[in-house]
Design a protein around this ligand. Sequence first.
Ligand code: MLT
Length: 389
Amino acid sequence: MSHLEYADRIKTLAPYPFAAIDKAREKAKAAGQDIISLGIGDPDLPTPDFIVRAMQKATEDPATHRYPDYAGRADFREAAAQFLHARFGLQFDPDSEIVALIGSKEGIAHIPLAFVNPGDFVLCPDPGYPVYSVASRFAGGIVHTMPLLPDLNFTPNLEAIADDVAAGAKMMFLNYPNNPTGAVATREFLAEAVAYCKANKILLVHDCAYSEMAFGQAKPPSIFEIDGAKDVAIEMHSLSKTFNMTGWRIGFAAGSAHHVGGLGKIKTNVDSGAFDAIQIAAIEALNRYDDPAVTDSYKIYGRRRRRCEEILDKMLIKYLKSDATFYLWFKTPTTESSADFAARILQKTGVVLTPGSAFGDVGEGWMRIALTVPEQRLVEAMERVATEL
Ligand code: MLT
């Protein structure tokens, strides 16, 4: 049977890296491998009980079974604004400057549709979360990659962007604390990015999904802690990693009424909002973001990070030492491509790693570990990798 042809936009689209990794993992599992997955950034620790209980109660109320408010429940938006105030000292109007998201991936995927015209440049970090560039292309944008390299602590060199690209750019994606590298941007860099976007009339989309997952003294900043950022930025927040809630699909965007309104207009036309019961549970989560039931997880991820760093040191493998995120970005220890190394390690040892090339060409030569298994399994995974070097 001849199949209907796919649209041009997906003909050359590579499979979503984590879906492809899932497939490879299932194949290795079927072949009898004992799998230890350090691939996708999906917390193994459970959502705190008090959030689960709030959800259970909320689902019993039939009022939550109906269509939710498009922009999110008023009390959810209020809780998001209060979180931004308590955590970062920021002021946002919950009615016009916050919109609920069905996970921050959804907001990231939709924002280019609101601001990018066909032919506009979109500045995307490389390595970077794959959705930035894919969503930009879906909107007809031309992706201009900004290399993230160790010499600038994995922040882009904005001065290196050509004048014609800057003049034709409409949007820039940034993400700190960073996935996949774990790098944390300085306030100086964020201020430079805000000034750059202001000078070039670019919307700065800051993906702030990992702001809470930090193990050092200083808490990572919001882009809005930079003076004047509200004029040029919108920030995506996610409850996924902060509260071990990846499966729940809930987050929010914050920014000026104009920027949030643009995203909201796209969303009302393509989705019907996040399930009310999830929003009610998310209110509890945001209200208690500094509760030990939440923050104890970060201590566990921090301990795993230190343990894994010690092992990499012993293996003489170079990596980025960081106090944030549950990702460890290390140099591919052989001459193979990162994809070949990941495929061989999976096939021979059952350990799932993410090749740096899954995050862009500049990610080649690097690998990412997600610290999403208990310490003992992590040590075992690293021992298995060591046998294959
Ligand atoms: C990751 O592992 O980098 C992401 O969080 C996975 C995803 O959001 O698809």
